[in-house]
Design a protein around this ligand. Structure first.
Ligand code: IN0
Length: 412
């Protein structure tokens, strides 16, 4: 159980307790069902069902943007569910994806035959499309446009595998870069951010690429087991003739070299991620953007040179995630978190790694941009606190174990 692992990291227990008992309401608010229309309630439930922790981050956005981003997220989730559903044959899937944006204008469209784990978003689509049609035109045009482009783009890679690094960028552009572009346009349309932000598509694209490349790297084994290949062939074929060989411990050296090469490619995006965040003015938008970026750098650090990527799931502990979420509220603290993880990568670069020089130079570049007087792990204040918290938590855990595990499950 994840919470047990956090016992070895008392600063995470502090974060979990503060999160639970209201220490970070500005970042993660409670839901206010009272003021919602019936279809808004359904959409909020769908959001919570499909992504519990990210739902909270969306709900924390200022009201002008919240409904638009919530709707954008659910529309994208529905599109993604069609793309992912292996039970839909390609001759049906291709036109479905290409015309998906038109479903937004049809009050009756839904799809009841999906076997995907998120099929509920397709079954309940009339509630999502109703919310879409009630949004101001300035938001509708962005969501409609991105949905059309993404649906079309997804069909390109249904029949074709990702080969070159350019194709890797292209695939990630369709599924995540376009999300970044759409979000930047929504932020600008709301008036909470400058209009120039929404016009810089190249920058917003890279913010999405950083998240998606990290997901693809982390999910090697899960994707391979599902017969899905998102690692670019031009890279993995330099190390082994079959991508599946990396799951065999006999080829660990090759697997790690390939993994580190892809992580190095992803580190190139850090400067763009920081630049994008530096341009944000609104606090709620900043938190919304920064939290996934910080999770991504933490994930990259955990994956770097880590054989566990090829044998299981490499994840950030929930306590660690909550602590980072709470710490992602200013550009200075985000730089401190980024610096912390980049230094950890830098300290672990094997001299024998074929890309070690490039990795080192990208870490150096990233660190030069993360210059801040703030520190992420302020361990000096913790030791005495650890001891007392440890004792207190053990006592509470002993008495209320079942209740604690319940709210922990609710939390994550
Ligand atoms: C997202 C992104 C997201 C958030 C904020 C700014 C962004 C800028 C550019 C591109 C994407 C941006 O964030 C979510 C985060 C998320 O869902 N996290 C999961 C955990 C996980 O590992 O999946 C959680 O449950 O907390 C994200 O991953 N994507 C996403 C989708 C829609 C929207 Cl509106 C925003 C998915 C993806 C593919 C990376 C774009």
């Amino acid at each position: 159980m994840d919470i047990l692992k956090s016992f070895a990291h008392p600063e995470e227990l502090v974060a979990l307790f503060r999160y639970k008992f209201g220490g970070c309401d500005a970042v993660i608010p409670k839901y206010d069902y009272g003021s919602m229309t019936p279809s808004m309630k359904v959409c909020t439930d769908l959001l919570v069902r499909t992504s519990r922790s990210f739902a909270a981050v969306i709900q924390a956005l200022d009201v002008e943007l919240r409904n638009a981003v919530c709707n954008f997220y659910l529309v994208l989730r529905a599109l993604d569910t069609v793309e992912d559903d292996m039970s839909i044959p390609n001759d049906i899937k291709v036109p479905m994806l290409k015309n998906f944006h038109e479903n937004l204008l049809d009050p009756d469209w839904k799809f009841m035959d999906s076997k995907d784990k998120d099929a509920v978003v397709l079954q309940q689509f009339p509630h999502i499309s109703k919310e879409f049609r009630e949004l101001p035109e300035k938001y509708r045009e962005v969501i409609f446009d991105v949905c059309a482009k993404m649906g079309n783009g997804m069909t390109v890679f249904l029949e074709r595998k990702v080969d070159t690094l350019e194709e890797w960028d292209e695939y990630c552009h369709y599924v995540a870069g376009l999300v970044g572009i759409g979000l930047a346009r929504l932020f600008s349309a709301s008036g909470l951010e400058e209009s120039s932000l929404g016009k810089d598509s190249a920058l917003a694209n890279k913010v999405g690429l950083f998240l998606q490349k990290t997901n693809i790297i982390r999910d090697y084994l899960e994707d391979w087991n599902d017969q899905r290949i998102f690692w670019p062939k031009a890279v993995w074929s330099k190390h082994r003739p079959n991508l599946g060989d990396f799951a065999n411990p006999e080829f660990q050296k090759e697997a790690l070299a390939c993994l580190n090469e892809l992580i190095t490619n992803t580190l190139e995006l850090i400067p763009s991620s920081l630049l994008f965040m530096s341009r944000l003015h609104n606090q709620s938008v900043f938190n919304f953007v920064a939290i996934p970026q910080v999770m991504a750098i933490a994930t990259l650090e955990r994956c770097y040179n880590n054989p566990k990527v090829f044998s299981g799931v490499v994840k950030i502990r929930k306590g660690e995630a909550v602590r980072m979420m709470m710490g992602s509220s200013s550009f200075e603290s985000v730089k401190a978190i980024m610096k912390h993880f980049v230094v950890k990568i830098q300290d672990r670069i094997p001299e024998s790694d074929p890309n070690s020089e490039q990795t080192k130079s990208l870490c150096k570049k990233a660190l030069s941009l993360c210059d801040t007087s703030q520190e992420y792990k302020s361990s000096s204040i913790y030791p005495p606190l650890y001891v007392s918290m440890g004792l207190m938590v053990s006592a509470i855990a002993y008495t209320y174990w079942s209740q604690i595990t319940q709210w922990y499950e609710d939390l994550v």
